[in-house]
Ligand binder design. Structure first.
Ligand SMILES: N[C@@H](CCC(=O)N[C@@H](CS)C(=O)NCC(=O)O)C(=O)O
Length: 211
């Protein structure tokens, strides 16, 4: 399998964790999201993913998968061990709701392409953009903090898709200097996950394209 990735991409980070947890070998193809105006916009990459985003997982069959949560669920169905979704329907819904709070409600508002639009088209200054970024993380994390069960992981005793979304979002928050003091449960889940080699290996700073 080939993973089109970028070390700082939190969506790609989610998939890297899933592949590592499942022990699946993958070749990484780094796509630099800012060099040359963003290499995700090159004609070559556009032919891979018309949406011009990472991650993309290219399978040995030639099929190409986009959208991190769809990729993670595909991997979980084809390689069920260790499971990334709980077997109990209620627990599964709760894990997905945490994952979607992050992937659908926080991340799109703070994605590179959204921040670039606010800056370049709407002509806002960097302090406004930083404030925008912080606002959506703080709003999302305030709700998320109340949803976490006694850990060590987001859904309790086992790692789920919720953790695969939480850890990269915390990394982003730290990078943009969002204060996390009000979120002890989120910080504790992040710390518990990062003790696992699959998470540690997927960290941005541990990627071959890290800068
Ligand atoms: N919903 C998508 C989001 C993918 C996404 O937006 N990826 C970002 C990096 S985290 C990207 O490629 N951005 C390109 C850009 O902003 O131009 C997923 O979960 O895979």
């Amino acid at each position: 399998m080939k993973l089109y990735t970028y070390f700082r991409s939190s969506a790609a980070y989610r998939v890297r964790i899933a592949l590592n947890l499942k022990g699946l070998p993958y070749e990484m193809i780094p796509i630099h999201l800012t060099k040359d105006g963003g290499r995700q916009r090159s004609p070559e990459y556009r032919a891979v993913n018309a949406q011009m985003r990472v991650p993309v997982l290219a399978l040995s069959s030639g099929d190409v998968l986009t959208q991190s949560l769809a990729i993670i669920e595909y991997l979980d169905e084809i390689h069920p061990e260790p499971p990334l979704l709980p077997t109990d329907a209620l627990d599964r819904a709760k894990a997905r709701s945490i994952a979607q709070l992050i992937a659908c409600d926080i991340h799109p508002l703070n994605n590179l392409i959204a921040l670039q639009y606010i800056k370049r088209q709407l002509k806002h200054e960097q302090p406004d953009i930083d404030e925008w970024y912080r606002h959506w993380v703080l709003e999302g994390f305030t709700a998320l903090e109340t949803m976490l069960t006694p850990g060590p992981y987001a859904g309790g005793a086992k790692v789920t898709v919720a953790d695969l979304c939480l850890v990269p979002q915390v990394a982003n928050a730290r990078r943009f200097k969002v204060p996390l003091d009000a979120f002890p449960r989120i910080v504790a889940v992040d710390a518990a996950c990062l003790k696992l080699p699959a998470f540690d290996k997927a960290r941005p700073e541990n990627q071959p394209d890290a800068e």
